[in-house]
Ligand binder design. Structure first.
Ligand code: 5GP
Length: 186
């Protein structure tokens, strides 16, 4: 059986990675979406084992020590990471696996898995990014400022990716990603 392809989607918080990938997910059943682990608190409506595995700092650090992560990073005061075993199981079973992660983690995957397809999702502008983060209404202004600072740095890494998708309109961005998947599967 053909082994699946690993896709890494990154880009600043507020670029719309989640929205775009959510649309893609509705239309493609050969994709497996990796569920990350994090130490951040669940937002209203988030459930353990669905959006994330919500871990304590001690649990997360124990898994780092065990070498359980394909990649992990600190992002705005919390840890986020991808557990390696489920990713490899799904790839071996022929699924294409999608990681939606921040930039430092993406660069770690790029080093460890040179075959991974690297996609950067960019906002149409920095102002639009700030407006989207504020519009979400889930974070304090202080946290939003930290996310924006991080975003500025993250945006400088676009050139290191195989593809850059500007998310000015969700349907168009999803079409472009579908095109990438189709080309890789051909
Ligand atoms: P949020 O707190 O908004 O859910 O996520 C914050 C950032 O962490 C987003 O850019 C998100 O893509 C990223 N992220 C989510 N899961 C992971 C992961 O497993 N590893 C890394 N490196 N980043 C992640």
């Amino acid at each position: 059986m053909r082994k699946g392809t690993l896709y890494v989607f990154t880009g600043p918080s507020g670029a719309g990675k989640g929205t775009v990938l959510g649309r893609l997910r509705e239309q493609d059943d050969r994709l497996f979406y990796s569920i990350s682990a994090t130490t951040r608190a669940p937002r209203p409506g988030e459930t353990d084992g669905v959006q994330y595995y919500f871990l304590t700092k001690a649990d997360f650090e124990q898994r780092i020590a065990q070498g359980a992560f394909l990649e992990h990073a600190r992002y705005v005061d919390n840890y986020y990471g991808t557990l390696e075993a489920p990713v490899d199981e799904k790839l071996a079973a022929g699924y294409d696996v999608i990681l939606e992660i921040e930039v430092q983690g993406a660069m770690q995957v790029h080093k460890k898995r040179p075959d991974a397809v690297m996609v950067f999702i960019a906002p149409p502008s920095f102002e639009e990014l700030a407006a989207r983060l504020r519009g979400r209404g889930t974070e304090s202004e202080e946290k939003i400022q930290k996310r924006l600072e991080t975003a500025r740095e993250e945006l400088t890494h676009q050139g290191e990716f195989d593809y850059v998708i500007v998310n000015d309109e969700v349907e168009r961005a999803v079409d472009e990603i579908r095109g990438i998947l189709a080309a890789r599967r051909a």
